[in-house]
Design a binder for this molecule. Sequence first.
Ligand code: ADP
Length: 499
Amino acid sequence: MTKINKLLIANRGEIALRVMRTAREMRIKTVAIFSEADRNALHVRYADEAVCVGPAPSSESYLKADAIIEVCRQLNVDAIHPGYGFLSENANFARMVRQAGLIFVGPSPEAIEIMGSKLAAKAAVAGYNIPMVPGTPSAITDRAEAKTISAQIGYPVLIKASAGGGGKGMRIVENDAEFDEQMDRAVSEALSAFGDGSVFIEKYVTSPRHVEIQVLGDQHGNIIHLFERECSVQRRHQKVVEEAPSAILTPEIRDAMGRAAVDVARACGYYGAGTVEFIVNDNLDFYFLEMNTRLQVEHPVTEQITGVDLVKQMIYVAEGKPLTIRQEDLQIKGHAVEVRVYAEDPANNFLPDVGTLDTYVRPQGNGVRVDDGFEQGMAIPIYYDPMIAKLITYGDSREEAIQKMIRAIDEYQISGVQTTLPFCRFVMEHPAFRSGQFDTGFVGNYFTPDVLTRKPDQTESQLAAVLAAYLLETSKPQSSGAAVPVTQQKSKWKMNRLG
Ligand code: ADP
């Protein structure tokens, strides 16, 4: 076991601060790196030491593996936490860190490599009886054959980049006639985003819900799961609203998914914190999608419902300590919701709207957590992801967490840029979200920019109120995490509607 005394955080923004806070609680010294665009950033001020590693573009700063390792040498750093994005899922970087005699706070380079390719991941878990979406087991080389397979699986199908991430390089194909065009697009998108044009086919799951399981493993072969997060409200295949637990899982399905996720982690000898993503259909059948070998943006909802500090656990694991949490010790307590506050204009196709935060006042109070990296007067740099903050609320029940979220969104004061907050408020008030009856098509099905300016009419408000009362009533035994079965919610929902 090696005690970490000084940790470099190879990241910026809210995640850099989030990791540093836990490190400080553990009496570990923190080192920030920053680009010229981030001189005044909060993570730079918060750290014990901070070093500029290059100009604004991330390829010249936050992605400069050599420069980062050199900083570690100069400042006697023991370990690197990569956060998410940037170098966090770069197996070469993890290998360089190891070769430099430093600790990488994350899994082994080998595990990152396997799970970094969706196809390699599917191959690795093949022996574990994990349900998988029907599709091609390897990259498409022959288009005619790919079309035959698509016809056999049944349209619509998805063409996906093996190296994919962030929803890029993914195309829905509705029929044989549009196959070639969508294939060309997927390949060119994959090439430009990942430098790897390999694509494969998966059946497009209709009414899909995105449910993922948090896993945690140590270097001694112990792996546990910390239940699920549901991230079905997405724009451009990217998450905006997340919650834990999911509104629809039964304890039996939760258990089966948890076990499948632990098997996926075992298949690549995983240690550290990771996330196994599944897609769930309207019959509650679940299929393995991919594994993310890092801390996720949405990890706080899991922390809120389990009481486990995931960063602290990652650091213990990296030090070589065995896990002290056993699966049977874990329980879901309450419900947490997270909304991502992006500098984006929901009324304009969610296009980034960077600028200066003329007003920036965070909401506060019981059950409200804000993970951010900005203060009033700061500019949001154009060079990086335009996420300003994550707003997380926590309550005894789903309904309470949602009501807190609406209150917190109303208190959040941001001016100078457009944000996703009004959209997130719309989601919180929407009967589909409130009832738990939604899928990844939420934005396409229900959202048009005019809903942001329109006040909900009386029937909608009444409906939401009735539904809220009903859900409060039926979700009383929340401590077990049990959800109201879908069918039951549906029929009651219909009754309310008629009534
Ligand atoms: P990425 O690595 O780009 O995030 P994922 O495989 O995790 O790609 O998928 C991202 C999102 O795309 C999912 O959350 C889901 O909304 C959608 N998706 C992926 N695969 C399928 C599928 N087979 N059927 C329907 N939707 C899918």
